[in-house]
Design a protein around this ligand. Structure first.
Ligand code: ADP
Ligand code: MG
Length: 539
């Protein structure tokens, strides 16, 4: 009809569809996980928006229905969630919202076959996995609070259509016209098994229609509410994978119940690997806040940004079920939970840091993020300093500030460090010569954030942190064996004359042994690495 609008997917979506459909063939069942998760998210969002807009409030029985129809060879997933209007259909199902195809393609190439399915969720392209099993997908949706409905349809080949439609209530139906080789997904038993496997943690009932009757396929138990003794390592790891759309085994699982003035249950994970999340992604912690099991929001920033790699759930009794966004911002309860949860994560890290070998993978994955806390969080700065690890000019592996201080030479007053882009290159830097010759250890810092935080920390256990490329380090306490230093009295004026305005000063230094000259920043001026970064930023 005339009212049907044709739109083409962006080139990105086209390529991505191809990738999703072909690379994941052996794991096709995860399309159901993705569509059910979207439906459950939609119900959660409606519940949350209804708190401030009662017009949107949920029907009595929020649920997701999965309806196979063998005769028509269709599978329908329906929810009574928030729904999508016309613009949202085009936006969410016609473009790639969160991250580019390029990053996704790269992650797909780099990961093992068994890990690929979780990348779909991680990159926010779950909806497109429907095309693994369907030759045509029709979405009918009505946004809560609106009267008109819209139908989106596509065969997954370059274009989709949008047309006005009708739907009795708000929510979304996704109708999959199954491919001939995907009929197994029309068997109710098979559908129930898949849902139990992938979606058991969803607390919303997921109904599978079998012989005209609805049966709940998920148990809907909130894992974190079970006693620890009843939860296996594998169940914890599964839940972690569901939460983070990841495939690793958690490096740490923290599950505890706070009782007393503040009541909450927390189940947190520190991942065993770094997510493929693109760098431009937000810095906020996405811990999930639940009130009496019910999901409220993942935007309550329950941990500081420098702990944003921690995933999990905090479920409290201390907020009302109908807590609104405004209330979340104002309530002191959240601030107190935040403090308690942060303290618990830090104390766990402190304990685990005692085992150097076990701590290393954590440090290599998330150390740079933790350093952001030294820069921006005065309250936790000192505590965080104890968790930092460094490469060093004196030994292999990672060292802590405490170990460095214990190794300091008699008469050494400061903790020396050198900042650059690359630890291996730093280890060969001529800047280290004078220190090596005197048996003085220098920490080698090569994360981008390292240009910033040392100035804020300033000292550790009473020893000042000292960049060796900022002003001259006084090495007179430490004699060096070998030839006496050459007399430079005649050379220095000539160099000053030759370099003129290009440098602020030419000075003799004890920091070199074999090399003729190095650059240094003036004392009090930005350090060398900071100057390099400023130049790169075009300042
Ligand atoms: P993600 O869920 O990671 O954002 P998806 O590809 O699974 O990525 O879905 C894209 C977007 O489409 C969702 O973020 C949501 O806004 C919208 N969407 C998908 N399914 C539904 C649904 N059943 N109800 C409402 N919105 C939906
Ligand atoms: Mg999704």
């Amino acid at each position: 009809t005339e009212s049907v609008e044709r739109h083409s997917f962006g080139a990105e979506v086209g390529r991505l569809l191809d990738l999703v459909v072909h690379a994941l063939y052996s794991e096709r069942e995860i399309f159901l996980r993705e569509l059910v998760a979207n439906a459950a998210d939609a119900v959660d969002r409606r519940r949350f928006e209804a708190l401030t807009n009662p017009d949107l409030s949920l029907p009595d029985a929020p649920r997701v229905r999965v309806v196979p129809d063998k005769a028509a060879r269709t599978l329908t997933i329906s929810d009574n969630g928030i729904g999508m209007d016309k613009a949202e259909l085009a936006q969410h199902l016609g473009t790639i919202a969160r991250s580019g195809t390029l990053a996704f393609t790269r992650a797909m190439a780099e990961s093992q076959a068994s890990d690929k399915p979780s990348l779909i969720g991680q990159f926010g392209v779950g909806f497109y996995s429907a095309f693994m099993v369907a030759e045509r997908v029709e979405v009918t949706s009505r946004r809560a609070g609106q009267q008109e409905a819209w139908a989106w349809a596509s065969e997954g080949r370059g274009e989709y259509t949008l047309a006005p439609a009708t739907r009795e209530e708000a929510g979304t139906d996704i109708v999959l016209h199954m491919k001939a080789d995907a009929e197994e997904f029309l068997e109710p038993i098979r559908l129930q098994t898949i849902i139990r496997k992938w979606a058991d943690h969803i607390t919303l009932p997921i109904m599978v229609v079998k012989d005209g009757e609805e049966q709940a396929a998920n148990e809907g138990t909130a894992l974190w509410r079970k006693p620890k003794s009843e939860i296996t390592e594998e169940a914890y790891a599964d839940f972690h994978r569901h939460l983070g759309h990841v495939f690793d085994t958690p490096w740490a699982t923290l599950h505890w119940r706070a009782e007393g003035t503040l009541e909450f249950t927390a189940l947190l994970f520190i991942p065993g690997m770094k997510p493929f999340t693109p760098v431009e992604e937000a810095r906020e912690s996405r811990l999930r806040l639940h009130v009496r099991r019910m999901f409220i929001t993942d935007e309550a920033a329950l941990l500081p940004p420098w702990l944003r790699f921690v995933t999990g759930v905090v479920d409290t009794e201390d907020l009302p079920l109908n807590v609104s966004r405004e209330m979340l911002q104002a309530t002191p309860v959240l601030a107190r939970i935040r403090r308690a949860v942060t303290a618990r994560v830090l104390s766990e890290l402190k304990t685990r840091a005692k085992d150097a070998e076990a701590y290393t993978p954590f440090w290599e994955n998330f150390g740079a993020t933790l350093k952001e806390g030294v820069w921006e969080d005065a309250e936790h700065r000192t505590e965080l300093a104890g968790l930092l690890r460094f490469r060093s000019s004196a030994q292999e592996g990672w060292t802590s500030l405490a170990n460095y201080v214990a190794r300091m030479k008699d008469g050494q007053q400061e903790i020396y460090f050198l900042v650059g882009d690359d630890a291996a290159a730093l280890a060969k830097s001529p800047q280290l010569e004078g220190f090596r010759a005197r048996g003085l250890e220098v920490l080698l810092l090569s994360d981008p954030i390292d240009a910033f935080w040392p100035e804020r920390l300033a000292s550790f256990e009473g020893k000042a942190l000292r960049s060796i490329t900022q002003g001259q380090v006084d090495l007179s306490e430490h004699k060096v064996e070998g030839e006496p230093a050459p007399d430079l009295a005649a050379l220095l004026p000539l160099l000053r004359e030759a370099l003129k305005e290009d440098v602020a000063a030419v000075e003799e230094t004890a920091q070199l042994v074999d090399s003729v000259a190095v650059l240094a920043a003036q004392a009090g001026a930005p350090d060398l690495q900071m100057q390099r970064m400023m130049r790169r930023a075009g300042r």
